[in-house]
Design a protein around this ligand. Structure first.
Ligand SMILES: *Cc1c(COP(=O)(O)O)cnc(C)c1O
Length: 421
């Protein structure tokens, strides 16, 4: 459930008419609902309430400071994958002991930043990284809590670009090598082994792959304990999928996921961490865009929007489907028209949907891309010198611009001309 609903024939974000925001901010823009963000975070928190746990929001899904502050106020931790994200989390007021550092290629500068500011744990993804981390920790005179990310070699049955748990993927260390790697970790100064980390991919629509992965983690926990390691925390990653269309089968709910976690690893007495991103932010955001032209092609109609692939790259990058709805509620029973929905960027890949059945639309009409809150604004660029898409947040009957649209001058002035020109 989200909080973008038609009311009196017009799309609202919570209690605010979307058209009112469009008139004030201009299009395109991302629009987030506070109530939906909070609701999704709480679903996970409640799903794990059977034991000690921390829900660490995977902030790469949507990392605006206002979103982070909203979730941090609920008690969320943060899963960060870069020094920049670490700095963002701290700037939003998240204490270091609620920040988990993930990622396959952390640099020395990045881990130094995290160790200086404080970190809950570092999820180590390779032996060279582990040795580097040990050296940095020793040079700073600190001891850093770590887990090792294991690759359980299970098929997450998701899009190839977001599957991470097969042995051919670059993530983690093969689970078969785990005992040797843990032995080395325990021997390295500056590191304190506290647990195991796993993350098998994104947009998972079934529980079975989690079941397989977590069973392997449970087995590994017992082996590592027998080897003398203190395993007190399990970081089980994120990845639970969301429904991108109203029609398709609904992915498992956080409650069902929480039950599976309890069934597979609940008897180990570990603190549980999870790292959901998409499920918290995805349906908490829409992208609002305006129709510039309706162009009749040969045998097809193009709906040319002022939003483009640089604003929302998921369709071009992952063949992703987004429902696109008019901001004015269609009259029931109106005959639908097939549109190719496209943006103005000079690439054929700038196509959001082909032959999409929609109510008839005209230049000037507003449309909303649903389920655009995750991996939307964070992946936006200024390709074609289109200003970085702004972000807006609603809470009840209020809205606020949480990232301004840059002016052309601001964009141009980021460049500097060499002296010789
Ligand atoms: C991307 C990522 C997540 C979040 O995945 P979602 O599908 O957005 O829930 C969690 N953990 C790690 C390590 C990731 O890379």
């Amino acid at each position: 459930m989200d909080h973008f609903l038609y009311r009196d024939g017009v799309l609202h974000a919570e209690d605010v008419p979307v058209a009112e925001i469009a008139a004030s901010v201009g299009t395109p823009f991302y629009l987030y609902s506070t109530a939906t963000l909070v609701r999704h975070y709480r679903l996970f928190d409640e799903a794990l309430s059977w034991g000690p746990h921390l829900v660490c929001y995977a902030m790469k899904a949507a990392s605006n400071q206002a979103i982070l502050k909203t979730l941090a106020a609920e008690g969320a931790g943060m899963d960060v994958v870069s020094g920049g994200e670490y700095a963002r989390a701290r700037a939003a007021g998240v204490p270091g002991d609620r920040i988990v550092f993930s990622g396959v290629g952390k640099t020395e500068d990045e881990v130094r930043l995290a160790l200086e500011g404080g970190i809950r744990q570092v999820n180590v993804e390779s032996e060279p990284e582990m040795r580097m981390l040990s050296e940095v920790a020793v040079s700073m005179g600190v001891e850093v809590p770590i887990t090792v990310r294991v690759n359980p070699d299970v098929d997450a049955q998701t899009h190839a670009k977001i599957a991470t748990g097969k042995s051919e993927n670059k993530f983690g260390i093969p689970i078969a090598k785990a005992r040797a790697v843990y032995a080395e970790a325990a021997a390295l100064p500056g590191l304190r082994v506290i647990g195991i980390d796993v993350h098998i991919g994104s947009q998972l629509t079934q529980l079975a792959p989690y079941g397989q992965a977590y069973a392997k983690v449970a087995e590994l926990t017992r082996q590592l304990r027998a080897d003398g390691h203190e395993i007190t925390r399990l970081d089980l990653g994120g990845g639970l999928g969301i429904p991108y269309t109203r029609s398709n089968e609904a992915p498992p709910l956080p409650t069902e996921y929480g039950q599976l976690v309890q069934e597979t690893v609940g008897d180990l007495g570990c603190e549980i961490e999870i790292e959901p991103g998409r499920l918290i932010a995805g349906n908490a955001g829409i992208l609002v865009s305006r129709v510039i032209y309706v162009k009749e092609g040969e045998g097809r109609n193009f709906l040319i929007l002022d939003g483009a692939m640089n604003d929302l790259i998921r369709p071009a990058m992952y063949e992703a489907h987004h429902d696109i709805v008019p901001v004015i509620e269609p009259v029931p029973g109106v005959e639908q028209v097939a549109y190719d929905v496209v943006g103005p960027v000079c690439e054929s890949g700038d196509t959001f949907a082909k032959g999409r059945l929609m109510p008839p639309l005209a230049a000037g009409d507003l449309v909303a891309f649903r389920s655009a809150g995750a991996y939307g604004a964070v992946m936006a660029s200024e390709y074609n010198t289109r200003p970085l898409v702004p972000e807006v947040m609603v809470k009840d009957d209020q809205f606020s611009v949480i990232r301004e649209r840059p002016t052309f001058d601001e964009i141009i002035n980021r460049d500097t001309i060499p002296e010789w020109l």
